[in-house]
Design a protein around this ligand. Structure first.
Ligand code: 4NP
Length: 159
């Protein structure tokens, strides 16, 4: 395993709305910084309901409006090995964070953090947009964009 890579997995409940967006936006931010080779980026869900499915069409659409292609992504559930494979497991909300901490096997090495508190220092969830309208996806996108830029800076400066 390359030790110079930063391994980051974004996690939400279903891995079809928020975390695929976070994976795509963070890839875009890192690419714009010329740092793609320094990161291993993935996403996963707390639950297995959507395993094998592409992201929600509303996430694909909001990303596409901002020039990001999520269409190759495929949902999966968080696996025990993720807690050793990744340096950072980044939860979208406080529920996800609590669930991840409960799922972490003994001997886990990943830092399990919540996205907005960790990246931006604000105590706020990226709320689940699944049951709402399109506005919720744009809000999630904007929060994810700000937090991704801050996270890329933070991890590049040795966090
Ligand atoms: P996500 O949104 O956690 O942002 O992917 C959800 C997607 C599906 C469900 C819940 C949240 N669901 O209950 O199926």
């Amino acid at each position: 395993m390359r030790t110079d890579l930063k391994r980051v997995a974004f996690v939400c409940l279903g891995n079809i709305c928020r975390s695929p967006l976070a994976e795509g936006v963070f890839r875009d931010v890192v690419a714009a910084r010329g740092q793609s080779a320094q990161f291993d980026i993935d996403s996963a869900g707390i639950g297995a309901w959507h395993t094998g499915n592409p992201p929600d069409p509303r996430s694909i659409a909001v990303a596409a409006r901002h020039g990001i292609d999520l269409s190759a992504q495929c949902a999966r559930q968080v696996a025990p090995g993720d807690f050793k494979r990744f340096d950072y497991i980044v939860a979208m909300d406080a529920d996800n964070l609590r669930n991840l901490k409960a799922m972490a096997p003994v001997g886990s090495t990943a830092d399990i953090v919540q996205f907005l508190p960790f990246a931006l220092g604000v105590s706020r969830d990226i709320e689940d947009p699944y049951y709402g309208g399109v506005d919720g996806f744009e809000t999630a996108y904007q929060l994810i964009r700000s937090a991704s830029e801050a996270l890329a800076g933070k991890l590049s400066s040795g966090a």
